[in-house]
Design a binder for this molecule. Structure first.
Ligand SMILES: [Zn+2]
Length: 335
């Protein structure tokens, strides 16, 4: 959906919520192919936002939704998903420098148990080789190997159904992601991801997890320095795929973690893993006193009651990263 420039004038009290994942010096990292934001581009975006926007805090957004009070014109809020070490070593010092708050959404299991989320394993499998067809071929063999045990369809059934290129990814990459993130049952997905992780990444999972995610102490440091830390579940499951009991467990475990690291639980917030919200998830967040939740819907957010648990965001990759970009560039690219 394109946002028309003439609509911007009527968006004075709206807030541009920006979503970030990996933020790192890609060229000098071990996985330059990882889909992330290059650190110099992040610095440019922050400089730009600081100059042209009012960067607000999550608490200010909650206050605006609670009271109906207007936000400052051209408000922006910065959110960072998945608890990556990038956020502590790269993002946090820059935000601190500018006196800007970031909101960080943490998948607890990765931090507490030093396991690598399967979604992250898939990212690093993909970043480990330029030859995505080789991974597709491996998947063909693996599906064949498990075909009888898991009563699978022939490989072509999955390939024809899932291999469709997107705005960001080739059809091979989309096939690999969809097959391993959603299509197969969890037990088999985990098995296959594990086999590919060993083959392509080849690092001890514990060691890799410690390199990839923040520690509890680092989170406490950020929390004490005025950053906002919020819930991203425990296992990073799709919340709209869970029954009530399993979602309750996801939320309760992540709330207890937030409590333990000193988060003000009167103002706790959430971010749906994969943007996976549904009516049940909204109801259960609300009944637990959650104050707001962000999605991966692409839009500028209205700080109003009915959007409290459905706040859309713009991905950083949809926004200009060059120096001297104009405000109109931001909205033109936000589709
Ligand atoms: Zn996530």
């Amino acid at each position: 959906m394109a946002i028309r420039i003439d609509q911007i004038k009527n968006m004075k009290s709206n807030v541009t919520i920006v979503m970030y994942h990996y933020v790192r010096d890609l060229a000098n990292s071990r996985y330059p192919e990882i889909k992330g934001l290059d650190l110099p581009c992040f610095v440019n975006q922050i400089e730009y936002l600081n100059k042209h926007y009012n960067v607000i805090t999550t608490e200010e957004l909650i206050h605006s939704i609670d009271t109906g009070e207007s936000l400052p014109p051209k408000s922006a809020l910065l959110t960072f998903d998945d608890g990556y070490i990038d956020h502590y070593t790269n993002v946090f010092p820059i935000l601190s420098n500018y006196g800007i708050q970031g909101s960080f959404y943490i998948p607890v299991k990765a931090i507490k148990e030093h396991v690598v989320l399967d979604v992250n394993k898939i990212h690093f499998i993909l970043a480990s080789t330029p030859d995505k067809l080789m991974i597709v071929k491996d998947l063909e063999h693996l599906l064949e190997k498990y075909r009888t045990t898991y009563q699978l369809y022939p490989f072509d059934h999955y390939y024809d159904m899932l291999a469709k290129a997107s705005r960001y990814d080739s059809k091979e990459v989309i096939f690999i992601k969809r097959l391993l993130q959603v299509e197969l049952i969890e037990e088999l997905r985990l098995k296959i991801v594990e086999e590919l992780f060993v083959k392509y990444v080849g690092m001890e999972e514990h060691v890799f997890a410690k390199e990839l995610y923040m520690t509890e102490d680092q989170l406490i440091h950020m929390q004490n320095s005025g950053m906002h830390i919020g819930s991203h579940g425990f296992n990073h499951y799709w919340w709209n795929h869970l029954n009530e009991k399993d979602l309750a467990s996801e939320l309760d475990l992540s709330m207890s973690f937030l409590h333990d690291i000193g988060v003000d639980m009167k103002n706790w917030t959430a971010c749906y893993p994969y943007g996976s919200f549904d009516e049940q998830a909204v109801r259960m967040l609300s009944s637990r006193g959650c104050k707001m939740a962000v999605t991966t819907q692409v839009d500028v957010a209205e700080p109003i009651e009915k959007m409290r648990f459905l706040l859309p965001r713009l991905d950083t990759n949809d926004l200009p990263k060059e120096k001297n970009s104009t405000i109109n560039d931001w909205y033109k690219k936000a589709i």
